[in-house]
Design a protein around this ligand. Structure first.
Ligand SMILES: [Zn+2]
Length: 61
């Protein structure tokens, strides 16, 4: 028996205003908690506070 591991996802966004990029990794559970509406997931830029759209990508590690 193998234990099923939680898949990780890479979350990336590029700020439309200042152009800085954000990259983080979260498990599926964390994503569900933070972004219940995945289709419209946005994040506030830590530099200029503009909201940026996020992209999600599954990663195998
Ligand atoms: Zn910004």
């Amino acid at each position: 028996m193998t234990e099923k591991e939680t898949k990780k996802h890479r979350i990336s966004g590029i700020c439309p205003q200042c152009g800085c990029s954000h990259l983080s990794t979260m498990t599926e559970e964390e994503i569900k908690e933070k972004f219940p509406d995945l289709e419209n997931a946005t994040m506030e830029c830590s530099e200029c506070l503009a909201s940026m759209e996020l992209g999600f990508e599954e990663i195998d590690e």
